[in-house]
Design a protein around this ligand. Structure first.
Ligand SMILES: [Zn+2]
Ligand SMILES: [Zn+2]
Ligand SMILES: [Zn+2]
Length: 123
């Protein structure tokens, strides 16, 4: 698990610097070079801790599972940002969603104003 992908199931070994990372962004944060793209990725399963290789050019559905323990390691990434964005997913809801957001902003402002009053009185 890393701060970018909350549900990461396998580490990847960067082909450029041979280091293990939970995701490409983790590599980017500590490296002074871009992650080298390769067709043969080396994964380390988080569940059974075993290492395996996958040919990304011929990736099939069964390749989404760890060959050692059948753990599905190719998962839809849960990121902190995505968790928030999910609410506005339906396009038909777009207009209503915007109104809701405005309402929420107003409510938020009121709450902050109240807080300010209280702290003023207390201070
Ligand atoms: Zn690297
Ligand atoms: Zn990461
Ligand atoms: Zn495994």
């Amino acid at each position: 698990m890393c701060k970018h992908i909350l549900n990461v199931q396998a580490s990847i070994r960067a082909p450029c610097c041979k280091q293990w990372f939970d995701c490409a962004e983790c590599h980017g944060e500590v490296s002074d070079h871009p992650l080298r793209k390769t067709t043969e990725m080396v994964f380390g399963c988080k569940k059974c801790k075993k290492v395996f290789r996958k040919d990304m050019d011929h990736f099939e559905e069964e390749d989404e599972y760890c060959p050692h323990c059948d753990n599905k390691y190719i998962v839809e990434a849960k990121t902190p940002q995505m968790a928030i964005a999910v609410e506005g997913h339906d396009e038909r809801m777009g207009e209503r969603f915007e109104k809701d957001m405005r309402l929420k902003e107003d409510t938020l402002k009121t709450v902050f104003d109240m807080d300010a009053d209280i702290s003023h009185r207390m201070g």
